[in-house]
Every structure is written in C-alpha cells, then in structure tokens.
Design a protein around this ligand. Structure first.
Ligand code: BGP
Length: 492
C-alpha cells in the first residue's frame, strides 16, 4: 500500500477563479477583480484609471515585466470582461459542488478565502460578518460529509484598496494587516479548519508579481521586499495559528517544476542550478527558516536593500511552515544553446518544448515523472511533510449532446501522476500527506482567464465570457477518481 491511512485525497480550487459573487455579501474588490480575460496568444490586462479620467491597460504576462503608470489606480472599466466576477459561480452552487465532491469520496477540499470578502478594504476595523458567514456555510457542508477543508488565505488576491494605497506587498504595512486577517479567520473557524496555507505559489512574487504581490511597480527591489514581507507575515500566521489552536497546521505553497538540461554542457547544469535557486529560495526561507547565501549575494550584486528588522529573522527561524505544499503540472527544459528553437531557455512551464513529451494546446508538457522528481528534491532538502496541492491537465473538453464528457486524456495524465507519487512514497520513502488535484470542478484559467482551458472532474456550462447555465455535468474522470480514492490509490 503506497499511501498512508488517512491520506488526504481531494481536489483544489481558488476563490478568484471559482467563487464569483465578486460584489455580493459585502465583498470589496480584490486586485485580481480588475484583471481582464486573455487567450492563449494574448496576455491578460490590468486595467487602470488616472485622476484626469483617462484609462489604460498593462499586460500581465507570467515571467515578464509590466507596470501601471505611477499616477494611475487599477480600476474596473466597463468595456472589458473580468472572469473573476463570475468564476463558475461556486457562490451559488456550493451545496451541489460539495455534494459532488463527497460522491467522489473526497477526504479534503482545497479552497481559498477571498481576503476582501472578510476585510473589504484590507484595513477595516471589523470583519465583514456576511463574508465570515458565507464560509461558515461552506465548512458546515464539508463537515456534513466529513471532508477536511484545506484553506489558502491568499490565492492571488489582495484587497484592491491596499494595492492602490500602498503598492501591494512592497509595503510593510501589509504584514500586520494580513496578520489581523489571519488571526480573525483562525479564531472564527477554529474547530472547523485544521489545514491552512498562507500564499498560493509564493514564488509568484517573482513570476507574476501583480498576482502574487499586488505589485503595480514590480522592480527587483519591490519584489524582494514583497517576498520578505510575505515571509514575515507567514511566520506570524504560523505563530498565531499555534497559539489559537495547537491542532492547526500552516503550510507553505510553492510552484515547483523539475528543470532538465537540454544538453550535457556543464554550462546548462549551472543554469539549472541557478533556476532552481530562484524557486527554492522561497522554501529555504519559509520552510528552512533562513535566507540562503546565494540570495543574499544576488541582492548585494543588484544593490537591493531590504526594509527589515532583527525580529523578522527571529520570527522566520522560530515559526517555519509546518508542511510544504506545492503545485506541479509539468517540467521544463533549459539550455544555453537555444539553436533549434526547441528549448527556449524560458523558465516558465509554458512554451517549453521537450522532444520526449507531448504537450497540450497551451504548450504544457505531460511529464509522467515530474511528481516523483519534485517530491524527492523537496523531501531531501527539508524533510518536512509534503502535500501535492495542485496537479492536473488543462484541456478544451467537449460536452457531448447527451451531456457526457469523455476525458480519457485527463485520466491518463492523472494515472501517471499518481503512479509517480506512489513511487516517491514506496521506493524513496517520501512523507506525503495528500493529493488535491486541480481542479475539483471546472473553473476559469489563471494564466489566460479563459473557460475553455478546463481541469475539472466536473464540467460547468460556462463560456469564456461567463455565459452559460452554470449547470454541472460529471466527466468520465469523475467515476475514475472515485475508484482511485475508494482503493486508496491502488486501483488506477
Ligand atoms: C497555478 C495556479 C492555479 C491554477 C493553475 C493552472 O499556477 O495556482 O490558480 O490556475 O496554475 O494554471 P492555468 O489556469 O493558467 O492553466
């Protein structure tokens, strides 16, 4: 038996891609509520307004620079479409959705709280009671089916008001505001929620700083400060959770993808080492409890100086994350010889070609071994319990006239992924807590804002512009995953 008793099988979601109801129940705006949809070949746009009434946009491209003019504020403009406004309407379908999860046998359901649903402006005196009550209902539904919620405090959302006033996480003020938010929800949901993570894919501060940090001016200095502030905020959240309820565990959430050298030129290996450091810096601090020398050297070279205090470093050392959760969809290839256009040197998971692997329509390679490799790297480095909280396949699924969806390609992908995890546990002795595939139910794509890039085990009738009945239909992968969970991962 590969997976331990009580292994946390389930699926994952995020408020901004799933919940909808963006202006209901007293919710304020999050920064992501001013992000338009995009497409496979078009970036999403941050939309903004200047004091003189003129408007504009800045492209949000993963891994690339962008910036909003200094005299402009991100704002909703009527001529654009904003996918976070509707998601796939979990706000009105939560009972049905959690019932479907229960039918699949989910032991856990990963969701995120929308920060601005709890504190509409980020620094309100009192929390929004209607927002707290909304999640009370969700957790009550989970309890009904003995599904353990796994909650992300910030999945690419920060109250827009904090972004406008402080430039997002570049300002230390957000540390205390986040701590207040964390303490509020830890106290309120004590006994209902045991597993938490602070920031989804915390290394998005480097990869997509507007999403990851609400940074409207993502200079290297601001990214470094934003990361530092999130580390300190995470440590304070760990401290608060343990004080409020010793049962609570607060993990890190990292975006991780194995990177392969395209050639055996040692120069390629050095590039891989450097690229790994870019990612592992985040877990070295949040899980390892200290800044690694390679990062300090790089700050020195770039002339980056952190606004920090000696207490920050004590907190980091004293309150590291309880477990390390991560997303892993694919691997990428790197080379210093991009001669044939095959390996671009692009460190993102998209757009990198590996001649041994097939890719989906968005250029993401299906790598049957990436989870085993990821789990071993992270286990060997930290020896902290691991949790795969995102893994799955995006596809333009076809809804047939009889309302069936034959997603055998997704079953094939997930089967390989689970086998790879089983090898990491059986062969290598990795301590794995759970697996929450992405995504429990169809939701809006994060990278493109499209609906056509679907990951769910349940299809939702909703198009790229949010039109549709929002009706739910089980895909073939639904029954397959049900069988996997019932057999604790032995019947694949
Ligand atoms: C991760 C995000 C998720 C999710 C997933 C799939 O980076 O944490 O929010 O969306 O990627 O990405 P996409 O939706 O762009 O295909």
């Amino acid at each position: 038996m590969a997976f331990k008793k009580g292994f946390l099988w389930g699926g994952a979601t995020a408020a901004n891609q799933y919940e909808g109801g963006y202006d209901q129940g007293g919710k304020g705006l999050n920064a992501i509520d001013v992000l338009t949809n995009g497409a496979v070949d078009q970036p999403r746009l941050v939309t903004w307004k200047k004091a003189d009434g003129t408007t504009g946009t800045s492209p949000l491209v993963w891994g690339k620079e962008f910036s909003v003019p200094a005299d402009a504020s991100p704002a909703i403009l009527p001529e654009y479409h904003y996918p976070s406004h509707h998601g796939t309407d979990f706000y009105h379908h939560y009972q049905e959705d959690i019932q479907l999860m229960a039918e699949m046998g989910f032991k856990t359901f990963r969701l995120s709280l929308s920060w601005s649903r709890i504190f509409p402006n980020g620094d309100d005196e009192q929390p929004n009671e209607a927002g707290l009550a909304f999640y009370d209902q969700i957790f009550a539904e989970c309890q009904k089916y003995q599904i353990e919620p796994m909650v992300t405090l910030s999945h690419y959302d920060a109250p827009l008001s904090l972004v406008e006033r402080y430039g997002g996480w570049a300002d230390r003020k957000l540390i205390d505001l986040f701590e207040k938010y964390a303490v509020t929800v830890f106290k309120h949901y004590k006994g209902q929620v045991k597993y938490w993570t602070t920031f989804n894919e915390i290394n998005a501060m480097d990869l997509a700083p507007y999403m990851g940090g609400g940074l409207t001016d993502p200079t290297p200095q601001n990214r470094a400060q934003g990361a530092h502030n999130q580390f300190v905020a995470s440590a304070k959240a760990v401290r608060a959770a343990h004080q409020i309820d010793p049962e609570m565990q607060v993990g890190q959430m990292l975006a991780y993808a194995p990177i392969y050298a395209y050639t055996c030129d040692p120069a390629d290996q050095v590039e891989i080492m450097k690229a790994q450091q870019e990612t592992l810096f985040y877990s070295d601090v949040q899980v390892g409890g200290r800044y690694p020398e390679y990062r300090l050297k790089s700050y020195e070279r770039q002339g980056i100086q952190l606004d920090d205090t000696p207490q920050d470093y004590e907190l980091l050392a004293e309150y590291p994350a309880d477990f390390l959760s991560f997303s892993c969809y694919s691997s990428s290839v790197l080379t210093t010889h991009p001669t044939d256009g095959d390996a671009s040197g692009n460190l993102g998971v998209a757009g990198v070609s590996n001649p041994y692997l097939e890719t989906n329509a968005w250029g993401w390679a299906t790598d049957p071994d990436c989870l085993r490799l990821a789990l071993n790297t992270l286990w060997d480095r930290y020896h902290r319990p691991l949790w795969v909280v995102e893994n799955g396949l995006g596809w333009a699924d076809q809804l047939e006239s009889d309302h069936t969806i034959h997603d055998d390609y997704r079953i094939k992908y997930l089967r390989a992924a689970i086998s790879s995890m089983a090898d990491a546990v059986n062969e290598d002795g990795v301590d794995l807590m759970g697996y929450t595939m992405w995504s429990a139910i169809d939701l809006v794509s994060n990278g493109t804002g499209e609906m056509k890039k679907r990951y769910g085990l349940v299809y939702v009738d909703c198009d790229d512009l949010g039109n549709g009945t929002m009706k739910r239909y089980k895909k073939d992968s639904f029954a397959w995953f049900q069988k996997v969970i019932a057999s604790n991962g032995t019947d694949l």
